[in-house]
Design a protein around this ligand. Sequence first.
Ligand code: SF4
Length: 337
Amino acid sequence: EAVGVTKHFTVTSGLGAKATVHAVEDITLRLVPGRVTAVVGESGSGKTTLARLLARFYEPTSGTVRLEGRPVERPTGQEELAYRKAVQLIFQDPFGSLNPLHRVRHNIDRAIRLHHRGLSRAQRLGRARELLERVALTPADDYLEKFPHELSGGQRQRVVIARALAVEPRVLLGDEPISMLDVSIRLEMLNLLDRLRREDGLALLYITHDIASARYLCDDIVVMYAGRIVEMGPKEAVIADPQHPYTKLLIESSPDPQGDPDRDRDAVFGSADDLGEPPSLIDPPSGCRFHPRCPFAMEQCRTTRPPRIAVGPDHGADCWLHDVGRGHELAGSSMTQ
Ligand code: SF4
């Protein structure tokens, strides 16, 4: 659980000037056992920083990360080990996640030893076989003695997942876990993640820029823009009836197999060329960070950050259009300024 988590980084330019990157701001979200929460947004929206904050690779500048209700303050020693067992992070690049000098067996065995200190060598080998079979690398003996470079991208990512499962985590954080894989095996990987979260009751955070895969896998969606959450809620509500202009843009920009992928988006936002770039996080826009790209922006949007406004059961959007009394309707073609 993240409660009001903010992360700023200080960067130094080539000329020695320091600047602050407002990477993530005031994020509150809760992962639930057995459920998949997708975090979607463009590059630079803060998704990866959020995953690393939840994995405790980064310390928040402010705010708290909690595990099962208990704040996790700079874990060290045994506490850090316990946290790393409970919360595992899967990276985008499976090749970079595995030690290329070690065989699959050794890559997995290190994690097994961490979690099951009393096991014999033969027992650990049996456990490694079980784990490979769980991620559908069968027969396991065909893979145990291979080096990472002898495997395909999909097989490597399965090994990474098997290694994560070796410590029996309660939370799995997937940072774009399928985006570097061949298109033909992405669906298989999503099905694998879905099966594992059901079997183990894992709380799964699925980070992606691809709304179609989020739609396929997740139960809940969190939409991030320029370091902030702009909308969150159950998948059905957010996808079918987005209530933030940025969410609407994301959904309408995702390819529509039934027709012209650009048509709906262009009707509201103009052509892709008019969309502009995401803002710099060194000097983010005041008020609502989406206001420079938003066709509905009002004066208030430029000066004041919108609060989270309830737009349905467990569904909220950070947009002044939903301020009580404004009476704006955001759904479908009735979007009006
Ligand atoms: Fe657009 Fe204003 Fe809503 Fe931001 S708060 S998304 S600028 S209407």
